[in-house]
Design a protein around this ligand. Sequence first.
Ligand code: AHG
Ligand code: MN
Ligand code: MN
Length: 298
Amino acid sequence: MKLNEHLKDTDEGIAEIILLVADRAREIKKAFLTHNFNSGTKNMFGEEQLELDKWADKLLIDSLRNSDLVRAVASEEQSEIVEIVKSKGEFGVVLDPLDGVSSVATNLSVGTIAGIFNEGNVLEKGNKMDAALYVLYGPLTTLVYSAKDGVHEFVLDHDNEFILRKENVTLPEGNIYSPGGLPINYVNEHRQFISQLESEGYKLRYSGSFAADFQQILTYGGVFSYPALKEKPNGKLRLLFEANPMSFIIEQAGGKASNGTQRILDIAPTAIDHRVPLYIGGNKPIDLVESFFRGEGI
Ligand code: AHG
Ligand code: MN
Ligand code: MN
């Protein structure tokens, strides 16, 4: 079944935005050959931008601007919310145009992440989100979406069509752990959590590309973390563009996402560059880490 057929019972505007991102993803996939070099600029987080980063950002924003569906876009590569004043539409979109860019040089998988709000306010709690998706550019190009009706995975086929690969994906119980941050900078609660996972036989898999590491958790089960660190008390990952869309998807798949003390989707963003410590995966490891943060241990 093709993606557009699968979306036939989804809200029309949401379906159109998902299809629009899918169309642009086809182009981004090809651009890895042509746009893979440093642009010489940095984003609002002070990170080097690949030319591909900026190009993908412009491609997606221009496309959303022209769709007449979207009122506002917040992108990891833009320091301000992009307001589309002339748009007839009311949707808000949050975007990480290219996630895991450092993996482009090493030819590991990278992604595109997006979240969609029915009402154009993008500086909003994740629990107001109406749909989320990510594209993973790996050996296969896959698209995973949820519009509050389960999680569904599609794969780009020989005819450049996204075809259903797995319907109603649910998170299995598993024992992969994917820990971001340097151990020397761990806070105590996080150190205890990681030790406990290791003593339970969890297996380490970390690529440095969140979308890829997330996909691994969704496939095999376990937990991804990018914790609060001594030098970075808010962690690294961005609430709007990374944590919220993926937390929306993990909950739809039967899992959980937390900053250690609070559900990610209930956190009110204070600015578009709001960062959060992130624990995302199975119920068991998320409950465990929260118990360490409550000072209860196991
Ligand atoms: P982005 O490429 O969008 O800037 O995101 C990078 C993020 C995320 O993909 C990944 O989980 C994390 O940064 C990796 O950070 P470390 O290099 O510190 O492991
Ligand atoms: Mn990212
Ligand atoms: Mn990015």
